[in-house]
Write a protein that binds this ligand. Sequence first.
Ligand SMILES: Cc1cc2nc3c(=O)[nH]c(=O)nc-3n(C[C@H](O)[C@H](O)[C@H](O)COP(=O)(O)OP(=O)(O)OC[C@H]3O[C@@H](n4cnc5c(N)ncnc54)[C@H](O)[C@@H]3O)c2cc1C
Length: 419
Amino acid sequence: MHFEPSRAAALSRLSEFIPRAGKAYASSRNHDDGCVEGDARRNVSQLSPWLHAGVIDEAEVIDAALAHHSPRASEKFIAEVFWRIYFKGYLEQRPTIWQAYIDDRDNAIATMDQDVSLQAAYSEAIEGRTGIQAFDHWTRELIATGYLHNHARMWFASIWIFTLKLDWTLGADFFLRHLLDADAASNTLSWRWVGGLHTKGKTYLARQSNIARYTANQAGGPLKAEGLVSDAPPLVEQREHPRQELKLPGTPCAEAYSEPYALLLHDEGASHMPLDLPKPPALVISAARPEARSPGQIGDAARDFARDAVVRGTKSAAQAFGCEARQWEPSADLAALLSEAGVRQVALPFLPVGWTRDALMPELAPMLKAGTAVELIGELDRATWPLAKAGFFGVKKQIEAVLAETGITGAGTAASLVV
Ligand SMILES: Cc1cc2nc3c(=O)[nH]c(=O)nc-3n(C[C@H](O)[C@H](O)[C@H](O)COP(=O)(O)OP(=O)(O)OC[C@H]3O[C@@H](n4cnc5c(N)ncnc54)[C@H](O)[C@@H]3O)c2cc1C
């Protein structure tokens, strides 16, 4: 499938998929039928790249599902969308997990630099030369398309950790370098989940029979995965990650917009459309930072999708508001850019824990502290994140209440789905 980093493409994919977001999704979503050049998959939405980039948001997707299906029929699809929100809220309350991932990844890279046999095993894995047909197939698919089915991601991570015995942080880094939807929360926490670090002691074991069953519809027949281990002992870590108080920005008061402001769009908030802006900005700034996701080389597809989403989102916001657009390059000074444009205030989509935040915060943090910058957070995240204290169940049982609280009923689709 071709992923075009625009809102029009996201909405087109949403409306194409949504008739299948009911019972058909629940019964078929676990099948990895493979990708046919140019075609979208039928059993899953493939909306994750646009959701990650903030080109559309979860509220719009859930609203569209409820407009076409009963809450019961779309329950499974909506729950999956809530997994994404849950992971974000969880990482937001345990930010040390992200820092520990960065530290452990850097240590794993340094260790590998000293160990020739480790380098060889790693190269075989990331170049699709392990000899495990299914694993090598997914490696090539990931590099070529920037997307993998959820089940393939689970099998891949399990084989990486337990059969190939490679460091999980190197696998998570490989995903971040190539996935169009690369997301600090969903990726880090899913890898931790497979390895037994998220639900402590509970691991995910990839089995050949399961892979064959759920890849039976691939063009070349079921994928083979010979030689997999039959045991998946949980990984252990020394560090604890205690929950921290969730500090979410309030809804900006009128004074926050009392003078002309710049809207700053970034890799996780690349469109103004899902935002609730009380008045038009005087300037739109694009701040794409796809290279910040890894010290390694970022795949072309992932880099281009992330950058183009921000560039296109900025252009379309500037057109919609009839204002100027500027690019904030990594090496440039934001304060100078603002002063040249005669603007002092900045509003931006919320920056969750992850690399985009790490890359932009050094310049934005003092402005947020001084009140010259405000972060904008969607009501669905605001209502759900506090519930993401431990396991997903704590969120799942509240989905109905959260949707009622945030007014997501399926009635808003026509109004919200605008290019
Ligand atoms: C090891 C591993 C790494 C992953 N890394 C990422 C990542 O970097 N970014 C990312 O967005 N997802 C990640 N996921 C979660 C999931 O695989 C993808 O969100 C999903 O495959 C996207 O495809 P889709 O849009 O067709 O999903 P659909 O099945 O159509 O689901 C709709 C939406 O719900 C959300 N969603 C569905 N399943 C999950 C899930 N298990 N966890 C979190 N959100 C979910 C996604 O936003 C998705 O777009 C990872 C999963 C694993 C096991």
